[in-house]
Design a protein around this ligand. Structure first.
Ligand code: MLT
Length: 424
């Protein structure tokens, strides 16, 4: 029997349908409430609002579960290649070996970016933050592929736009780093796989004999998978809302990149390393900063601890912590900042103040440490997150489009002045 909930208001009873997800999650459908009663719902920051039904990612914040299309993040990280996970998220099924090969070949055909885009790169000062360069360049793809502007015309055209974006983002991301360094740009090497190619474009030419370290490539593959999607987070919700106006995929993803940039979202991994650097510069006294974090009157905030939806632990952090230890050991890295991170983690995991407040190290805490260990500069960390999140954004955008979702248009409760006269 269909479930419903009742709302009693001013002597009337409104019956509201209850929608149930495949994992038993229940939601009150209020889409007709305003028409029936004049009421809207108020949920600042959409913390308790389901903005869509989705079949892409399941997340249980209490139990620390994260699954993409039904597969656990643990299994995907252990066995899969990033590009296959991208395929899974976007098209709904894990690719067979043949499909995987064809998909990778298609991506390879599109890794070059138009030479005229180099002129845009040249216009950026070397001080430009690579996230700004990345989002600008993704928007500028609309100029080179104007057929992408209208996503309503052809499904094959949309698919080519998807392939182009997946293929070109690593090139653009690596070039945004090269721009910052003032280095010549490296072109893609298509005999390499997706992850190796990115490492090549980032690091070749820095040392003549640059060879891809398999430990680094494996860690990078895992990091990208770990970030591939996280259901209706701030940037995915942005991509869906922007796309709901029928803006192109490039414009929608560019908006997602900007949403990711902030330190409360993807920018957190950069903020973690900056925090560790500051602690180091101040003598490396971890206990002092633990005390500061506990002091209500101190503005210091521990970055990379706790999570909005995970209440007990972040399953991605558990996976990445292991990978972090492996990478540091195999690269023989001894870095004071990383030592500070380890001490901070150790104290926070035992201290009742942090334990009782669920302030556990999250994925941003460890990912920054690995990026740093493998030589990715700090302000590229969020770009790495964007590279990983791209398939999720595409999958969310595609699902939204295929379901013909209405334009995102929230309401508000107005609390400003009532009508008044201009006394002039
Ligand atoms: C993410 O992966 O997008 C972040 O953990 C933020 C979130 O889910 O709210």
């Amino acid at each position: 029997m269909a479930k419903s909930a009742e709302l009693h208001f001013e002597g009337k009873v409104y019956e509201l349908p209850v929608v149930e997800g495949t994992e038993g999650e229940k939601a009150v459908d209020i889409s007709k409430l305003r028409g029936q009663s004049g009421l809207i719902t108020l949920d600042v920051g959409f913390k308790n609002t389901g903005s869509t039904k989705s079949a892409i990612t399941f997340l249980d914040g209490e139990k620390g579960i994260l699954r993409h299309r039904g597969y656990t993040i643990e299994e995907l990280c252990e066995k899969a290649q990033f590009l296959d996970v991208a395929y899974l998220l976007i098209y709904g099924e894990y690719p067979t070996p043949e499909v995987s090969k064809t998909f990778a070949e298609k991506i390879t055909l599109h890794t070059l970016v138009h030479e005229d885009m180099r002129k845009i790169f040249d216009g950026f000062p070397t001080s430009a933050h690579p996230m700004g360069v990345l989002s600008s360049l993704v928007t500028s793809l609309t100029a080179f592929y104007p057929e992408s502007l209208d996503p309503t015309t052809s499904p094959e055209g949309v698919n080519t736009t998807i392939i182009r974006l997946l293929a070109k983002l690593p090139t653009i991301a690596a070039w945004s780093y090269k721009n910052e360094m003032g280095h010549p740009l490296n072109y893609p090497k298509n005999k390499l796989n997706y992850v190796e190619n990115f490492l090549h474009m980032m690091f070749a030419l820095r040392t003549d004999d640059y060879e891809i370290n398999p430990v680094v490539a494996a860690a990078m593959n895992k990091l990208l998978i770990l970030h591939a999607d996280h259901e209706q987070n701030c940037s995915a919700a942005t991509v869906r809302v922007v796309g709901s106006s029928q803006a192109s995929l490039y414009a929608s993803v560019s908006a997602g990149i900007n949403a990711l940039w902030g330190r409360l979202h993807g920018g957190a991994n950069q903020a973690v390393i900056e925090m560790l650097e500051n602690i180091k510069a101040d003598g490396g006294d971890v206990e002092k900063y633990i005390a500061k974090a506990k002091d209500k009157n101190d503005p210091f905030r521990l970055m990379g601890f706790g999570h909005r939806v995970y209440k007990n632990f972040d399953p991605r952090a558990r996976i990445i912590k292991k990978s972090c230890d492996d990478v540091l050991e195999s690269l023989g890295i001894h870095d004071e900042t990383l030592e500070i991170a380890k001490k901070l983690e150790e104290v926070a995991l035992k201290d009742d103040y942090f334990v009782s407040r669920k302030l556990f190290p999250n994925v941003d805490f460890y990912s920054g440490i690995i990026y740093r260990a493998i030589g990715i500069p700090t302000d590229m960390f969020t770009v790495m997150f964007a590279l990983g999140r791209l398939p999720g954004w595409i999958a969310q955008w595609k699902e939204m489009r295929e379901e013909g979702q209405a334009i995102g248009r929230p309401r508000q409760v107005y609390v400003g002045e009532n009508e008044r006269k201009l006394n002039i």
